[in-house]
Write a protein that binds this ligand. Structure first.
Ligand SMILES: [Zn+2]
Ligand SMILES: [Zn+2]
Length: 281
């Protein structure tokens, strides 16, 4: 089967390495396509996205690579765009003028009502604890519900090609430290979100980029969610959310096995502007 990856970062945001190093690695691995998806700039200072002033340089750099390697591999120019309630959305007009090949819609932050800052929900336990205390009355159900509400708002607004890591809010939940994925309220949130995905005909990403990878349950979304998504016929694209050139195919074989176990027989990828299905083998 054809290997592609449409979710990669680089030195332009919170990854390391020049985009060209990712291309060379992709060629080594026999990829037919590689997409770059730096984090789109945010309207406030942070240390993990592109800076506004670097956006043009990033896009030009990818265009250059596209041209240099056009006979060897398809390069796709994209952004991973955050949805932040009342602040930004992949559906914002400005992104359509960037001439992107694709974009990923993701939710990474929640507002800290005490400090006015926007800490990541996929970063450290310390940040989660602060958020819980400052915004959510130490009630994890409120934080998670707010996260999935944002997801559903983003899905309903659209404006992106792939949905990024649907349940990345579980990232710090090692050993069910914060909640059980079996809890009825949690299953309900996921169910409602999958219903939104289905209704909008969204392509969902299967993301192997968990830096705290322990076993197959470290995949985003969790295997039980993929089983439900399969029953609903939701198409999936495999990606590794690489932040280093050597991670562009990280955990792909395990992820394909998880997909097969969930009943999936096909994944999709992007070719030009078209979505192509291929059999998992
Ligand atoms: Zn992300
Ligand atoms: Zn990412």
């Amino acid at each position: 089967m054809i290997y592609t990856n449409f979710h990669t970062h680089s030195k332009y945001c919170d990854g390391s390495g020049d985009p060209e190093e990712y291309v060379l690695r992709a060629l080594e691995l026999g990829f037919t396509a590689l997409g770059f998806s730096s984090h789109a700039p945010l309207p406030f200072e942070n240390d993990w996205t592109l800076e506004k002033r670097d956006l043009t340089g990033y896009l030009e750099d990818i265009d250059k690579l596209k041209n240099i390697y056009k006979d060897k591999i398809e390069i796709y120019k994209g952004l991973e765009i955050d949805y932040i309630r009342d602040l930004m959305s992949p559906a914002d007009r400005k992104y359509s003028s960037l001439n992107l090949d694709f974009s990923i819609g993701s939710v990474h932050v929640q507002k800290d009502e005490r400090t006015g800052e926007f800490p990541g929900i996929d970063y450290t336990e310390h940040d989660m604890d602060q958020l819980l205390e400052n915004t959510f009355s130490n009630d994890i159900t409120l934080l998670i519900k707010s996260y999935y509400k944002d997801m559903r708002e983003m899905i309903s607004q659209g404006g992106f090609t792939f949905l990024g890591h649907l349940d990345v809010v579980k990232k710090t939940n090692n050993g069910s430290k914060y909640f059980s994925e079996n809890a009825r309220w949690y299953r309900e949130e996921v169910k409602n979100t999958l219903a939104a995905v289905k209704e909008k005909g969204v392509i969902m990403e299967v993301n192997t980029g968990n830096s705290r990878w322990e076993n197959k349950t470290s995949i985003f979304p969790s295997p039980w969610i993929l089983r439900q998504a399969r029953q609903m016929d939701i198409p999936v694209i495999l990606s590794s959310d690489a932040h280093r050139p050597d991670r562009i195919d990280a955990h792909f074989p395990e992820a394909l096995q998880v997909l097969k176990d969930a009943g999936y027989r096909e994944t999709v990828y992007l070719k030009g502007k078209k979505i192509i299905s291929q059999k998992i083998s």
